[in-house]
Design a protein around this ligand. Structure first.
Ligand SMILES: Cc1cc2nc3c(=O)[nH]c(=O)nc-3n(C[C@H](O)[C@H](O)[C@H](O)COP(=O)(O)OP(=O)(O)OC[C@H]3O[C@@H](n4cnc5c(N)ncnc54)[C@H](O)[C@@H]3O)c2cc1C
Length: 377
């Protein structure tokens, strides 16, 4: 019975780790399998923005708020770096400013988004006036910033050390069936199996996952050194993100923002570029991103796309940046809902994201899934 667990989890990305935490904190015996020696999927390639402000009202907003609390707890327990100062979303144009005004006056009040709109002196006082070439800044007070490539390993250490979760790295799970996982490290039994395999739709539960018709999204990403002393402590976004994020995208004022992007910078729309900038704990910036959807990620990064993102970042920051690293990220996209928790067989489930906000909602989503599995509600 040594190899028997209550919960077997495939994948040590944020979804796998969130489910492991939700199960282990309930006192269950948990085992996690990860095919690489350390997680290398979407969960370490991202911006590490745990955003509440961008989520559409309803379940995503509620999950993001609940996830915020969990990240706060993890930061303390696991000692992972977490900035809790919020985000700034800059309006560059009149249309973007009108959209932020409408959001603050309407939806934010109605649904309890904690935001403030900075203009005039407040905007000029921000970072010594560095961002005063914008028309306004939406301060999302509940937004958080992680450094994922350090946070994910810190979370693994905590789960192993304090909650007794067993990890098997460099271990591919080849097959799952009710009560059993077959892996390159042998066969393991468990009461429940949760597959959190990210955008790998072919190795496990392929038929059940195919029925969801999921796609992938590939993104070009950069890490850069600002050529000025920024000491940035907030996640940054611009009005470009408003046409992508559900908190804003369906407001009537978003139409003018969309029309202006199509008219003046159609290449940004074609490449799915919207600027996000995340400070790392080491004074550098993660800059992105572009969005290309399909069934498989093309390996070929376009230099022009990086150039456009760098140009946008330098405009926003008001300084040059020096690129030190480039990579591609891929996440699960375009399923039937923002995420799925599907039962493929008795005691065999898959937890998948279909939109690029797993860091923002994953921790609370896992709590909900565990509650469902254990019949808590
Ligand atoms: C570039 C980029 C930027 C993003 N920015 C943000 C952001 O700022 N904020 C936000 O909220 N979200 C962001 N996201 C989205 C977020 O990162 C994802 O939604 C989330 O990481 C998905 O987590 P996951 O655990 O499902 O997948 P992954 O992190 O990909 O983990 C899946 C893991 O399963 C393992 N695996 C798969 N199959 C097997 C198998 N058969 N056996 C063993 N192991 C297996 C893989 O090796 C992998 O480690 C971004 C994503 C990308 C790519």
């Amino acid at each position: 019975m040594e190899n028997h667990s209550d919960i077997l989890i495939v994948g040590a990305g944020i979804l796998g780790l969130s489910h492991a935490y939700a199960a282990a904190r309930r006192g269950l015996k948990v085992r996690v399998f990860e095919r690489s020696a350390t997680p290398l999927g979407a969960s370490v390639r991202n911006f590490g923005q745990a955003l509440v402000t961008g989520q559409p009202p309803g379940q995503m907003l509620e999950l993001a708020k609940a996830s915020r609390e969990i990240w706060g707890r993890w930061a303390q327990l696991a000692g992972l770096p977490l900035k809790r100062n919020g985000s700034y979303l800059f309006a560059r144009t009149e249309a973007e400013e009108h959209l932020l005004e409408a959001f603050c006056e309407g939806r934010a009040v109605e649904h309890g988004y904690r935001v403030e709109l900075l203009r005039g002196t407040a905007l000029r006082n921000l970072y010594g006036g560095r961002f005063s070439h914008h028309r306004a800044a939406l301060h999302g007070l509940d937004d958080q910033q992680l450094y994922s490539r350090e946070a994910i390993p810190a979370l693994i250490d905590y789960l192993r050390r304090d909650l007794g979760v067993a990890f098997h790295f460099s271990t591919l799970v080849r097959d799952v069936e009710p009560g059993r996982v077959r892996s390159t490290a042998g066969s393991f039994t468990g009461e429940q199996i949760i597959v959190c395999s990210g955008h790998d739709y072919q190795t496990l539960l392929a038929d059940s996952i195919a029925a969801l018709k999921p796609q992938i999204c590939r993104l070009q990403m950069l890490r850069a050194r600002p050529q000025a002393n920024l000491d940035l402590q907030h996640a940054l976004l611009t009005g470009l993100s408003c046409v992508h994020y559900g908190a804003f995208a369906d407001l009537p004022q978003a139409q003018a923002v969309r029309a202006q992007i199509l008219r003046e910078t159609p290449h940004l729309h074609e490449q799915g570029i919207h600027l996000l900038i995340s400070p790392t704990p080491h004074g550098e910036l993660i800059i992105g991103d572009s969005h290309h959807y399909g069934s498989d990620p093309s390996p070929f990064n376009a230099e022009q796309v990086d150039d456009w993102m760098i140009e946008l970042a330098e405009q926003t920051l008001g300084c040059k940046v020096q690129v030190v690293e480039r990579w591609q990220g891929v996440y699960g996209a375009q399923g039937p809902a923002p995420f799925s928790f599907l039962q493929a067989a008795p005691g065999v489930h898959a937890a998948l994201m279909h939109t690029g906000v797993g860091m923002s909602v994953g921790p609370a989503m896992a709590e909900r899934n565990l509650g469902t599995l254990l019949g808590e509600h």
